[in-house]
Design a protein around this ligand. Structure first.
Ligand code: NAD
Length: 301
């Protein structure tokens, strides 16, 4: 049985992108030692320029002397490859080490990955996050953890440096929760955008609409958060790639279909993000789906 993870334990952190970078900085700020790795040399160098850490040359070098390894990568296929691939993390990890996948990975795939890791003697916690780049910087993410309850408790302090920890259930439940959350987050934005575009074309001012909606029953996470910050300002810079949201919606649909659940709205929402991704590219910002709908309205006359 592992014991409580506390500073100055050395943590291996893999994936230093928009989210992983600030999350790993929270760990350094809390007194954990860090060994970091990113497929992009530039990302690793940028991180190491302002945060004390080791930058091992390979995944195996990172794994060799870390008891806990965190992944914050684009998707579960990449996570699986990083953990279980040739010369991957599991090839060099010490007995009793803990793996924590904070990426938004497939809940179904995570159960398979966890089963393979368990055969090698490594427990996996899935602990994806919600809140975006700003909350990653502030350490106020919502963290939805799945896995062995005692192990999550051992890692609670570590996870708490990055946000508020919720125990979602057994392994895979964190990833299930995250994909379903992003379905709601995306559909909130899509419905708000359809309402605002219709209102605007009727002659309403979008700023006034958002103010009224936020004092009324129609408010949602998009009218309260994304509209005022990223859309009314026309900055469209939430820091979350369109392609990553499209992936999350595919994962939620996979989950709904595997459980025989109703999924018409989910399917429509996924189609919308995939169409916007096709038009603007994987690395366009997820909130640019509003621009996509505006252009669609204009082209329809
Ligand atoms: P990102 O693309 O900015 O970062 C991913 C990082 O992983 C990049 O630096 C990339 O170089 C690295 N990487 C890719 N393949 C690798 C490999 N094989 N080995 C090592 N490094 C590799 O993405 P992000 O926005 O930081 O998102 C990371 C995860 O968090 C995704 O699963 C995403 O869905 C989820 N997420 C993102 C947000 C957000 O607002 N950006 C919010 C919540 C959850």
């Amino acid at each position: 049985m592992a014991s409580k993870i506390a500073p100055p334990e050395k943590i291996g952190f893999i994936g230093l992108g928009n989210m992983g970078g600030p999350m790993a900085r929270r760990l350094a700020g809390a007194g954990y030692k860090l060994a970091v790795f990113d497929a992009s040399k530039e990302a690793a160098e940028k991180f190491a320029a302002d945060t004390p850490c080791e930058t091992p040359a390979t995944l195996a070098d990172l794994a060799r002397d870390c008891r806990v390894v965190v992944t914050m990568l684009p998707d579960g296929y990449i996570v699986r490859n990083v953990l279980l691939g040739e010369h991957g993390v599991a090839s060099a990890l010490a007995k009793d080490s803990i793996l924590i996948d904070m990426s938004s990975s497939s809940p179904v795939g995570t159960r398979e990955t966890a089963a393979e890791l368990a055969k090698l003697g490594f427990p996996l916690i899935d602990a994806p996050v919600s809140g975006g780049v700003r909350k990653a910087i502030d350490g106020t993410l919502a963290i939805m953890a799945g896995g062995d309850a005692a192990l999550i408790e051992d890692c609670r302090d570590l996870l708490s440096t990055m946000g508020k920890v919720f125990v979602a259930g057994g392994v895979g439940c964190g990833h299930a929760m995250k994909s379903l959350n992003n379905f709601l987050s995306a559909s909130n934005l899509a419905t708000a955008a359809e309402a605002v575009i219709a209102g605007q074309r009727f002659g309403l001012d979008p700023k006034v609409m958002i103010e009224i909606l936020n004092a009324s029953t129609g408010k949602n996470s998009a009218t309260e958060g994304k509209y005022p910050v990223f859309i009314l300002t026309r900055t469209f810079n939430s820091g979350f790639f369109m392609g990553l949201m499209a992936k999350d919606l595919r994962l939620a649909l996979e989950l709904a279909e595997s459980t025989g659940s109703p999924s018409k709205l989910l399917s429509d929402t996924k189609d919308l993000w995939e169409a916007a991704e096709e038009k603007y590219g994987f690395k366009s910002d997820s909130v640019e789906v509003v621009r996509f709908l505006e252009e669609l309205a204009d082209s329809d006359g």
